[in-house]
Design a protein around this ligand. Structure first.
Ligand code: NDP
Length: 285
């Protein structure tokens, strides 16, 4: 019997604005190729007021799912049929998954981070210091809290956003959290287990920018994580390595959340090494 031919690709995408510099397509399509899947991941500019039409279009065309980035992570929720636990606690969605006829919103940013932390051990009972209180900080702290981390210090430039994140952690996720205003170089308390930069400090082209952190207070054995994917070897990553810390770079987080996205859409676990290599190649170029 001749095999039936199939010229139809399965579709996934990123919706955002601006989106042109988002490199996610490179790593996701590398994973699809590696898995032998004839799937596509399209990088699509979707203006703020066009989101409803874009989601309707994705439904009509049977997309398997799509990522949402700025400015759609919160706005997309009203166009979906349901939310996963972390997306619901965070009030933000970065990964939409088609399950049957429904589009379900998930948040994989923090889960990708959590997978990287787990490679060093169980986050249960850990004490965390996080710099920043925006979307990345929210995703990371909520996920760590759901995984059993014990306490959080949110160090942020503005009081309003910092306190809002602390309220979310205390009231909705029921963990111990306090706010510290970022003024001069922050001294990390001795009893800290995990330190996270969740601000844009160090992002290309300001690769040498320095986080307001007293690096002499970083101790060997602490886990130090930076969300900056480009360049991955930030000043904080280098300082932390010199001081004997366990280091997680921003590429690890980006790749891990991509791994979870591909698993959600295809049901198959892709190879993170293939995805990381694809990103390293474009950043090196
Ligand atoms: P937001 O704009 O939502 O939040 C940024 C946070 O950083 C705010 O709390 C802001 O403080 C603080 N901040 C900004 N500039 C400075 C500065 N110069 N010094 C100190 N604090 C500062 O951004 P996101 O949370 O969405 O993203 C933050 C970073 O995380 C981005 O660089 C992004 O690339 C990265 N990211 C990486 C991911 C990955 O997979 N590796 C995934 C998601 C994000 P204030 O409240 O005072 O404005």
């Amino acid at each position: 019997m001749p095999k039936a031919l199939n010229f139809k690709q399965e579709l996934t995408a990123a919706f955002g604005s601006p989106i042109a510099e988002n490199p996610t397509q490179v790593m996701i399509e590398a994973a699809y190729r590696d898995l032998g899947l004839d799937w596509r991941y399209l990088t699509i500019e979707v203006a703020k007021d066009a989101l409803a039409d874009a989601v309707r279009g994705a439904r009509a065309m049977g997309f398997r799912g799509f990522n949402c980035t700025m400015p759609h992570k919160v706005a997309v929720i009203e166009h979906l049929d349901g939310l996963g636990e972390s997306a619901s606690a965070m009030g933000a969605v970065n990964c939409v998954v088609r399950r049957g006829d429904e589009l379900i919103g998930e948040n994989t940013d923090g889960k990708g981070f959590l997978d990287a932390v787990r490679s060093f051990g169980d986050p249960r009972g850990k004490r965390v210091v996080v710099f920043g209180a925006g979307g990345a900080a929210r995703a990371i702290t909520v996920e760590l809290a759901l995984a059993g981390a014990m306490s959080f210090v949110v160090v942020n430039r503005s009081e309003a956003r910092g306190s809002e994140l602390v309220r979310l952690l205390v009231d909705r996720v029921k963990v111990d959290a306090r706010f510290v205003l970022l003024r001069k170089d922050y001294e990390v308390p001795d009893a800290t287990d995990i330190v996270v930069n969740a601000t844009p400090v160090g992002l290309f082209p300001d690769a040498d920018a320095r986080l307001a952190l007293d690096v002499s207070t970083l101790k060997a054995g602490m886990i130090v994580a930076d969300v900056i994917p480009n360049p991955p070897r930030t000043r904080l990553v280098r300082d932390a390595e010199e001081r004997g810390c366990e280091v997680i770079d921003g590429l690890a987080m980006l790749v891990n959340q991509g791994v979870i996205g591909v698993k959600h859409w295809t049901g198959i676990l892709p190879d993170p090494a293939v995805m990381r290599k694809a990103l390293e190649d474009v950043f090196a170029g």
